[in-house]
Structures are given as structure tokens and as C-alpha cells.
Design a protein. Structure first.
Length: 187
């Protein structure tokens, strides 16, 4: 199936407070449980908003992602000098802040039946483009606490480890610079 066929087959919609996904299985109990039982509660208390990728043929949830606001902060780094190196890489001039605004991907999962179709990349590209195209509140980075098994996927998509302090841990804090994406409209 081509990227265009995949994009035409699936629709993304925001999961509202009283909406539920009836069935979903990505092979990870924690990710399954979140979308089946917790997503509407997180929406209700304004901790995260979830989006579901629905298969236009079967009507089933083929994937989902949940988003929340985040920041990249001085406290994320092992030292002030490590933070300053990071800051100067992106903001060589101007006022030094103790944190920079980010969007957190809280969860991202593809159902077993849709794995291998490029759905994860499609959802990630949707997130990136929506925040590049409509910068409502100032957001420079996207962050994710990636499971060890998902790290290669995020690295392939252009994410970078924030520091070396979490090497070998169960999850790794990665970030993506929204300014690294070329604006095809102005080229």
C-alpha cells in the first residue's frame, strides 16, 4: 500500500471527553489500557488530548497518539554547561530562559493489524505539521519519553536524545526541533 493509499484510507479525529475506543491491541498492555480506559479521563482533567486514527474500511482504531504540553528545562540536563550548549545550539543570541516550550507525545501506538503500513510515521508527521503550521502558543520542540524498543523509530524520524544521563534506562527522553523541518511553501 502506497503512502497516498494509506493516507486516504485513514482518518484522524480527536477523542472527546465522553468518547471511548471499544477495542485496540498494539501488543503493549500499558498502551492498550490507556486508550481503552484512561484517555477520556486525561482529557476531562486537561492532562492530555488523544487522537485516534480510524480505518475507513473497517471502522476500527488503527492507531492513536496523546499529546500534552511540556518543556525542555535546565533540570533536564546533568549540568548548567550541558544546558548552555543545548541552548546555544538553537538560540545563539537573545535572552537566556530556564526552559523552552515543547509538545510532549505522551503515547503513540499502532494496532497489530495496521503495523507495517507506515501509520506511526503518518501520525508523527501529522503532529509535526500541525504544530509547524499553527503555532498558537509558541512551541519549538516535540519531546517523547521513548520506550527502548521505540527509540530506533524516533531516531529515524529525526528525534535526538536530550542527554546521555538516561542511556540504558527503560525510557529515553528524545526531542525534535520543529525548525529542522523545511517549509515547503516558501521554497
Amino acid at each position: 500500500m502506497t503512502k497516498q493509499e494509506v493516507a486516504a484510507r485513514f482518518d484522524i479525529y480527536k477523542l472527546g471527553e465522553n468518547e471511548r475506543v471499544e477495542s485496540f491491541d498494539c501488543g503493549d498492555a500499558d498502551l492498550n489500557d490507556f486508550i481503552l480506559t484512561d484517555a477520556s479521563l486525561y482529557y476531562h482533567v486537561r492532562l492530555a488530548t488523544s487522537y485516534v486514527l480510524e480505518d475507513g474500511i473497517t471502522g476500527e482504531a488503527a492507531g492513536y497518539f496523546s499529546l500534552a504540553h511540556d518543556r525542555i528545562s535546565l533540570t533536564d540536563f546533568p549540568s548548567n554547561s550541558a544546558y548552555n550548549r543545548f541552548r546555544k545550539q538553537f538560540f545563539a543570541q537573545g535572552k537566556m530562559f530556564k526552559s523552552y516550550p515543547a509538545l510532549k507525545i505522551c503515547r503513540l501506538a499502532t494496532s497489530k493489524s495496521a503495523q507495517g503500513l507506515g501509520i506511526g510515521s503518518m501520525m508523527l508527521n501529522t503532529i509535526i505539521e500541525s504544530y509547524r503550521g499553527d503555532n498558537k502558543a509558541g512551541c519549538r520542540f516535540i519531546t517523547v519519553d521513548a520506550y527502548i524498543d521505540a527509540i530506533p523509530f524516533y531516531l529515524k524520524q529525526g528525534f535526538v536524545p536530550l542527554s546521555k544521563t538516561d542511556e540504558g534506562a527503560d525510557t529515553r527522553l528524545l526531542y525534535f526541533d520543529l525548525e529542522s523541518v523545511k517549509d515547503t511553501k516558501t521554497e
